[in-house]
Design a protein around this ligand. Structure first.
Ligand SMILES: [Zn+2]
Ligand SMILES: [Zn+2]
Length: 177
């Protein structure tokens, strides 16, 4: 098999920086969902959606770019693809309300599981920012004042993720809880 020995890098560093390959099941599901949405089954759409499907957390633009760096995905295409996925209810934005209000940098994206409530709670780690869909917790139906157009509901839970808890437990063992 074509094993290409790269530049000498410590083994731990090289494995940590390499994006994990997308699981074939995620790519197959992504292809099917893009096609049933009536869209052209482009490689970019398929890969970005597969990336979201395979992730156990919501991903930022930078996370997705890093994951798909080898596919040569450019930023403009990534933004367009994410807009398309959101428009077609295959993905949702997490963590922000206003589109062009400057807080876009914190925006993350997650796969919208067809069988789960589309409007659901999200957990965010206060230490590392890891954001996870709590898609069994549906957002309540809200009654809004007349004339108000409700565009979404953010139901936010926060705390420490398992990674940060473990790091704290093993790192500073003497920390009283
Ligand atoms: Zn964390
Ligand atoms: Zn979500």
């Amino acid at each position: 098999m074509g094993s290409t020995p790269a530049i000498a890098v410590p083994a731990s560093a090289s494995t940590a920086s390499l994006p994990a390959p997308l699981p074939p099941a995620a790519i197959m599901l992504a292809r099917r969902l893009v096609m049933t949405s009536g869209g052209r089954n482009t490689g970019a759409r398929r890969n970005v959606l597969a990336c979201l499907i395979a992730s156990d957390r919501a991903l930022s633009h930078a996370d997705i770019e890093a994951q798909l760096i080898e596919t040569g995905l450019d930023r403009v295409t990534l933004y367009r693809v994410l807009d398309w996925l959101v428009e077609h209810s295959l993905a949702h934005r997490v963590g922000t309300a206003g589109g062009a209000s400057g807080i876009e940098r914190a925006m993350r994206f997650a796969f919208t599981r067809p069988e789960k409530p589309h409007s659901h709670a999200h957990f965010q780690c206060t230490q590392c920012g890891r954001t996870i869909c709590l898609d069994d917790v549906a957002a309540p139906a809200l009654t809004v004042p007349a004339g108000v157009e409700l565009q979404g509901i953010e139901l936010a839970a926060f705390g420490r993720c398992s990674h940060c808890r473990n790091a704290a437990a093993t790192g500073a063992g003497s920390q009283p809880l």
